[in-house]
Design a protein around this ligand. Structure first.
Ligand code: NDP
Length: 237
């Protein structure tokens, strides 16, 4: 028997990487899953066909489109806000529009999507946002905007947990360390530096993060809210 039979799950940013693993996990556990994508239409449609989920285009940089997508999804049992981007480079040289777009995708969309989902969510619903261990520890230069955005999600979870707790709705942040995806391939140039910070010297797998998301969304985690859940091989320890 699966935990999520018939449950309604929306994964924002579910076409690739960690988001795709989350989609696969919930679909395998019996949920009715909708995933959003922006650029990766082919990957999204293939994943939807493989898993029996539904893929819809929604740009997480477009606040009103995200709110509309969440509203149209109806009462969600689980919302996962996974879409996220990084902008690398010297903070003094970066295009402020690129930084604001990052803040839109990584901070404002998780906020507005969570609030919108809560309007129709049944009691006991689950909201999970994808943070990063970089919300706690940023050991390299050139990623301040990303660190800002992932730290902001901690405040989001702490604050909304208070608003939604009376309805038994939980909100939690999953904080991965290096995970082997297109955004951070294990065979990339940063591998040795990243592994030097870690106790378990490998990248995590998207499926390992999806397992934590599924636990937080499941019946055993009803008392877990407003909290950060790090899965990082001790990158941040
Ligand atoms: P990938 O770049 O591999 O995948 C990103 C996913 O987010 C894709 O499905 C992409 O969809 C979607 N996405 C990005 N921008 C948008 C947008 N504007 N609108 C809709 N969807 C969007 O990233 P990861 O899987 O590695 O990362 C997923 C999350 O995990 C992010 O929040 C990231 O910050 C976080 N994270 C990742 C770590 C890692 O080491 N990989 C470590 C810590 C945190 P599409 O291609 O269709 O645009």
């Amino acid at each position: 028997m699966s935990n999520f039979q018939g449950k309604s799950v929306l994964v924002l940013g579910g076409s690739r990487g960690i988001g795709a693993a989350v989609v696969r996990r919930f679909a395998a556990d019996g949920a009715n899953v909708t995933l959003t994508y922006a650029g990766s239409q082919a990957a999204a449609e293939q994943l939807a066909a493989e898993t029996g989920s539904t893929a819809v285009v929604t740009d997480s940089a477009d606040r009103d489109a995200v709110i509309e997508r969440v509203r149209e999804s109806g009462p969600l049992d689980v919302l996962v806000v996974n879409s996220g981007v990084a902008v690398f480079g010297d903070a003094l040289d970066q295009d402020p529009d690129a930084i604001d777009r990052l803040f839109q995708i990584n901070i404002q969309t998780p906020y507005h999507a969570s609030v919108e989902a809560a309007r129709q969510m049944p009691d006991g619903g689950r909201i999970i946002v994808m943070g990063s261990v970089n919300g706690d520890r940023m050991p390299v230069p050139g990623m301040a905007s990303y660190a800002v955005s992932k730290s902001a999600l901690q405040g989001l979870a702490r604050g909304l947990a208070r608003d939604l707790g009376p309805r038994g709705i939980t909100i939690n942040v999953v904080q991965p360390g290096p995970i082997d995806t297109d955004a951070n391939p294990e065979n990339g140039p940063m591998k040795d530096l990243m592994h030097s910070f870690m106790a378990i010297k490998r990248h995590g797998r998207p499926e390992e993060v999806a397992g934590m998301v599924a636990w937080l969304a499941g019946p055993e985690a009803g008392f877990v809210t407003g909290a950060m859940h790090t899965i990082d091989g001790a990158f941040g320890a």
